[in-house]
Write a protein that binds this ligand. Structure first.
Ligand SMILES: Cc1cc2nc3c(=O)[nH]c(=O)nc-3n(C[C@H](O)[C@H](O)[C@H](O)COP(=O)(O)OP(=O)(O)OC[C@H]3O[C@@H](n4cnc5c(N)ncnc54)[C@H](O)[C@@H]3O)c2cc1C
Length: 459
């Protein structure tokens, strides 16, 4: 990120971080031509929405698929969201998550897709995580927040979640939050797409929307994007918000590693779905999570919890001097016969047996792998690319960014308008090799590679 002239020390003093201004030169003006690569997905569509709402006049989203993009990690029935963020105290989202649930429940574009059924963040015993959750609960209480309850044991949990009445959860405990639950993910993306059309945002999908390379001026700054059909799109500013594809499209110097996670569904009968109507979203860090069944299709979505899988392949992103080994997404949309590795399917079966034993043995349908890109510290990468001026990176979702759909674009728009505070610029800066000094990234063992696990490939 460039430092502004006004951020230079005025005279003799050595600059410190606190000397840096909260206002930097804007990267674009309201009349600039802006291209958003990945604009059919989560962070890209949110960026388009916020820029259009601020009066930017010439925005075009580019994507492989029309919004809601079938390649997006958000092309899904439900995602966890809520107002129970440790981000209240800063956190990886720089405090922004605190306003995300407000936006889900107050912005007309999002209101119909927010299901405020409550959420439970549980753990299986007297673990370090249990202590951290308890501490979080006590902090919220000390702040006067009344929507939290401590679920000290199995009975407390079952009182909140009667659908777990037969669950084998002795020793479980955790935090209940009444503000939150789940959001209807692909439907919400679709709603953003409708709003973008109303606001005059242009689009190109398919081969003419699929990024192939950046177009550079002689000074190395960006003048546009070339797509796979050979179209050359001119731009004053390009935003790269291609999720798990971002590090494959442009060299990000190892800052993002793309990984997939999995989900499957059980088709419930209308009666079975009715019996689970309004239940809180249940998350357990060891077993996984599931949601209230969809009111329309009666599908119950289930996920296990694990470190994800990589898919290492040799590719040459734009800007890389030579081919490099990167984890390359293999999307369900483009590989519809892929299911999921047997070992994680077994974990989803374990989740069903543990929590919903009356559904044990039911067919697990619509199995899919879905791709995100992790940074080392789980913070976003929201900054101008230092080498390719005029390229803004809006990526590094780290597997937890759908809940931020209504607000993440506001941060990107602040960056573009030169209004992002220094603290956030520091948090989301370009940082190759910075590692994970605070241990804030995804913990646990290293992810396995898809090449080393069976059961998912059927082509
Ligand atoms: C199984 C699973 C469960 C999850 N659960 C939750 C949850 O409960 N709560 C939560 O907050 N988050 C959750 N997430 C994470 C969340 O979905 C992601 O963090 C978020 O959707 C990523 O947004 P993104 O914009 O970075 O990428 P995406 O939404 O994936 O968008 C990337 C876009 O780039 C496009 N693209 C790719 N290549 C090109 C190209 N060459 N040219 C043009 N466009 C291109 C794609 O088509 C896509 O539309 C989950 C993820 C998974 C996989």
């Amino acid at each position: 990120m460039g430092q502004s002239a006004s951020s230079k020390p005025s005279s003799t003093s050595t600059p410190t971080r606190s000397d840096k201004p909260d206002v930097t030169p804007p990267l674009a003006s309201k009349s600039s031509k802006i291209l958003i690569v990945g604009g059919g997905g989560t962070m890209g569509s949110s960026t388009a929405l916020h820029l259009a709402r601020r009066g930017f006049e010439d925005i075009r989203i580019l994507d492989v698929y029309p919004i809601p993009s079938k390649n997006s990690a958000g092309y899904d029935l439900n995602k966890i969201a809520g107002a129970d963020s440790i981000g209240l105290f800063g956190g990886v989202f720089g405090g922004v998550r605190d306003v995300a649930w407000d936006a889900w429940t107050s912005d007309p574009v999002f209101i119909p897709y927010a299901h405020n059924v409550g959420k439970m963040d549980l753990t299986s015993g007297d673990t370090a995580r249990a202590k951290a959750l308890r501490q979080k609960y006590e902090t919220f209480v000390s702040l006067g927040r009344t929507e939290f309850e401590w679920l000290a044991n199995e009975d407390d949990i079952k009182r909140k979640a009667p659908h777990l009445k037969d669950a084998d959860i002795a020793g479980w405990r955790g935090l209940y939050c009444a503000s939150g639950g789940w959001v209807a993910a692909a439907d919400a993306l679709n709603s953003v797409g409708t709003e973008l059309e109303k606001l005059g945002v242009k689009s190109a999908f398919g081969p003419s929307g699929t990024f192939s390379s950046l177009l550079l001026k002689e000074d190395g700054s960006v003048r546009g994007v070339k797509t796979v059909d050979g179209t050359e799109w001119d731009a004053d500013l390009v935003v790269l918000a291609a999720g798990a594809w971002s590090p494959v499209l442009v060299d990000l110097e190892g800052q993002c590693t793309s990984k997939c996670w999995v989900y499957a569904h059980i088709q419930l009968t209308p009666e079975e779905a009715e019996a689970m109507k309004g239940v809180p979203t249940m998350y357990n860090n060891e077993y996984g999570f599931f949601f209230e069944p969809r009111p329309d299709s009666h599908l119950l979505k289930l996920c296990n919890e694990f470190p994800g899988y990589t898919n290492y392949t040799t590719v040459q992103p734009f800007g890389a001097a030579k081919p490099i080994k990167l984890s390359v997404p293999r999307s369900h949309a483009q590989n519809p016969t892929d299911t999921m590795p047997t070992e994680v399917l077994d974990e989803i079966k374990r989740l069903v047996k543990k929590c919903l034993p009356h559904l044990e043995g039911r067919e697990l349908i619509n199995q899919a792998m879905c791709w995100c890109t992790d940074t080392d510290d789980a913070n976003w990468l929201l900054c101008e690319h230092p080498r390719f001026k005029g390229l803004v990176l809006a990526t590094g979702d780290s597997g937890h960014s759908f809940k931020m759909l209504p607000v993440v674009g506001n941060e990107v728009a602040d960056l573009i308008e030169g209004k992002m505070p220094e603290k956030k610029r520091q948090l989301w800066r370009y940082r190759p090799g910075a590692g994970d000094p605070n241990g804030t990234g995804r913990g646990g063992p290293e992810p396995k590679d898809l090449a080393d696990v069976d059961g998912w490939r059927h082509d």
